[in-house]
Design a protein around this ligand. Structure first.
Ligand code: UDP
Ligand code: MG
Length: 309
């Protein structure tokens, strides 16, 4: 294993309670298994003293590299920045909170040496998470899988090993609203799962409140599926047919002099304006993302880099 360099990418947002322990656990696994490595910590605009801790670690260990964002850009962007700066033959992305056990990295490396280009951690079990998170996540992954043409594995987060070939393709993908697990599936090559049990957070609270979860979920669906637009088309057609039938019915009734107007027009109007607004909203979601791409802003701004040439 000595000749190959392994890069570990760890995003951190306000992780002062776990940063040091995270470094210790990662380092221990790397040393015990004699793996030559670098560790890239990405400080995603933390409001606590995460950066100070990382600076201290990087001062003692030159294998530790730090990229520090000028503000919070979000988990997916932080991971992207780390992967971009990684120089290893393989890159492992892992959360800072030790929910993904670093002890699994040697197993991932074994599969890599057997010829797999991507080894993704697939969760059999998740400990210490709320009922809400477990259920929404479970159904989201299954829903997403049904929606998309690329096969995005269920119950898979961003804990994964990627071969240099995959990393190079990933680095060439400039999209802004990133759903990394989908992008990696899209890239292809030989991919395999490593089943594991997700631990509880080592300390601190989740940095993924509902708002960030929803953004990630909508990016997953909207960047990998055009089905919502197809649904609008389908619903629109059905509604038009319904409208034509009602029109004929009211015309005939009027000629026969049975009724002067269609009863129930009110609910119909409300229903229709609802459908229209919803449809516009979905189109808007795509449009906003197209606009976002078209502006061609950089993905993030870096305030500071440590130990990076
Ligand atoms: N994270 C980040 N930026 C953010 C939110 C989270 O870099 O805006 C990092 C966080 O520090 C952690 C990882 O992303 O290393 C996953 O976050 P968290 O553990 O809070 O999510 P959960 O496991 O609860 O889904
Ligand atoms: Mg976590």
């Amino acid at each position: 294993m000595k000749e190959k360099l392994i890069s570990l990418v760890v995003p951190m947002y306000c992780e002062n309670e776990v940063a040091r322990e995270c470094y210790k656990r990662l380092k221990k696994v790397m040393q015990e298994n004699n793996i030559s490595h670098e560790i890239l910590f990405v400080n995603d605009g933390s409001k606590d003293n995460t950066l100070n801790i990382l600076e201290e670690i990087a001062a003692e260990d030159k294998k530790v590299k730090v990229i520090s964002f000028a503000r919070n850009f979000g988990h997916q962007i932080a991971v992207t920045a780390g992967i971009k700066k990684a120089t290893g033959d393989a890159v492992v992305v892992i959360d800072a909170d030790l929910q993904d056990p670093p002890e699994l990295i040697p197993d991932m490396l074994k599969l890599w040496q057997q010829g797999y280009h991507v080894v993704y951690g697939q969760r059999k079990k998740r400990r210490g998470e709320t009922w809400f998170k477990l259920t929404t996540a479970k159904y989201f992954y299954r829903f997403l899988n049904k929606m998309t043409e690329v096969d995005i594995p269920v119950d898979t987060g961003d804990f994964r090993l990627m071969d240099r070939r995959v990393v190079d393709v990933f680095n060439s993908m400039p999209e802004k609203n990133r759903f990394i697990r989908g992008m990696i599936s899209w890239i292809g090559f030989k991919q395999t799962a490593l089943m594991y049990e997700r631990e509880e957070r080592f300390a601190g609270e989740t940095k993924y409140p509902l708002k960030k979860m929803l953004k990630l979920a909508s990016d997953g669906i909207l960047s990998f599926s055009f089905k919502p637009i197809k649904w609008i088309e389908g619903t629109g057609l059905v509604v038009i047919l319904l409208g034509i039938l009602l029109m004929l019915y009211s015309g005939i009734s009027w000629v026969r002099g049975t009724v002067s107007s269609i009863p129930g027009w009110l609910w119909l109007m409300v229903l229709l304006s609802g459908i229209h607004l919803f449809a516009l909203g979905i189109i808007g979601e795509y449009l906003v993302r197209i606009y976002d791409e078209a502006r061609r802003r950089p993905l993030y701004t870096v305030e500071k880099e440590i130990n990076i040439e």
